[in-house]
Design a protein around this ligand. Structure first.
Ligand SMILES: Cc1cc2nc3c(=O)[nH]c(=O)nc-3n(C[C@H](O)[C@H](O)[C@H](O)COP(=O)(O)O)c2cc1C
Length: 188
C-alpha cells in the first residue's frame, strides 16, 4: 500500500476480535521502527510486547475504565518506554529534549506497519503509570509514554461502548482546518 493510503487507513478503532499475532510480526515492526531518524542516532525507544494472557490481563487492569472496556479484546498491548537521558538534551540547561519526539517518530512507523498488516494499533495515555511500570518491571527512572492496544477490527460495536466510542468507530474524529496549523514563511 502506498504511504498516503496507509496513513488514511490508520485509525484508532476500538471494536476488536481476538487473534494470535506471531512474534515475528512484532520483530519486523520493531526493525522498521528503528529505521526512524533520531537525534545523533540515539534511538531512545524501547518496546515491551505483552501478549501472554495473564500478563495482558494485568496490564489492562492498569488502564482507565474507558480503556479497560475495549482492551478486553486487545490481542496484545505494546508499552512504549523511554527516558530523557537516552536522547539529545541540548542547551545550557539541557532544556531542548528530544526523547519524546524521536520515540514518537519511531512509534508512528511501527503503527503504520501494523496497520498495513490489517491490525489496529491504538495508542493510549489513559493508564496508571506507576502500576503499569510495576506490572512490566520497568526501571524506576524510565517512563511509559503510551500503551498501544493491538487488535483485529470487527464490525460489531459492543453495546457497552460509550456513545463517543461508538461514534468514533463509525467515523474518524474531525481534524482542524489546514489554516489553523499550517503556515508558509512566517508563523500565524
Ligand atoms: C498520545 C495519545 C494518547 C491517546 N490516549 C487515548 C486513550 O487513553 N484512550 C483512547 O481510547 N484513545 C486514546 N488516543 C486515541 C485518540 O483519541 C485518537 O487517535 C484520536 O481521537 C484521533 O482518532 P483516529 O486516530 O481514529 O484518527 C490517544 C492517542 C494518542 C496519540
Amino acid at each position: 500500500m502506498d504511504i498516503a493510503n496507509l496513513i488514511k487507513k490508520r485509525r484508532a478503532y476500538r471494536a476488536f476480535e481476538k487473534v494470535t499475532i506471531p512474534e515475528t510480526l512484532f520483530k519486523e515492526a520493531a526493525r522498521l521502527a528503528q529505521l526512524a531518524p533520531s537525534c545523533m542516532n540515539k534511538q531512545p525507544w524501547n518496546y515491551v510486547i505483552i501478549q501472554e494472557p495473564n500478563h495482558l490481563s494485568a496490564i489492562v487492569e492498569t488502564m482507565s475504565s474507558g480503556n479497560k472496556v475495549w482492551n478486553r479484546n486487545s490481542s496484545a498491548v505494546i508499552a512504549v518506554v523511554t527516558k530523557t537521558e537516552l536522547d539529545c538534551e541540548i542547551g545550557p540547561k539541557k532544556e531542548r529534549k528530544y526523547y519524546l519526539f524521536d520515540t514518537g517518530l519511531a512509534t508512528a512507523f511501527l503503527i503504520l506497519f501494523l496497520t498495513e498488516n490489517n491490525l489496529v494499533a491504538h495508542p493510549m495515555a489513559g493508564f496508571n503509570p506507576e502500576k503499569a511500570k510495576e506490572v512490566l518491571g520497568i526501571p524506576e527512572d524510565m517512563e511509559i509514554v503510551v500503551l498501544i492496544g493491538i487488535g483485529k477490527k470487527t464490525e460489531k460495536i459492543p453495546d457497552d461502548f460509550s456513545e463517543n466510542q461508538k461514534k468514533n468507530e463509525r467515523e474518524r474524529p474531525a481534524r482542524k482546518a489546514l489554516d489553523e496549523f499550517l503556515y508558509f514563511n512566517r508563523f500565524g
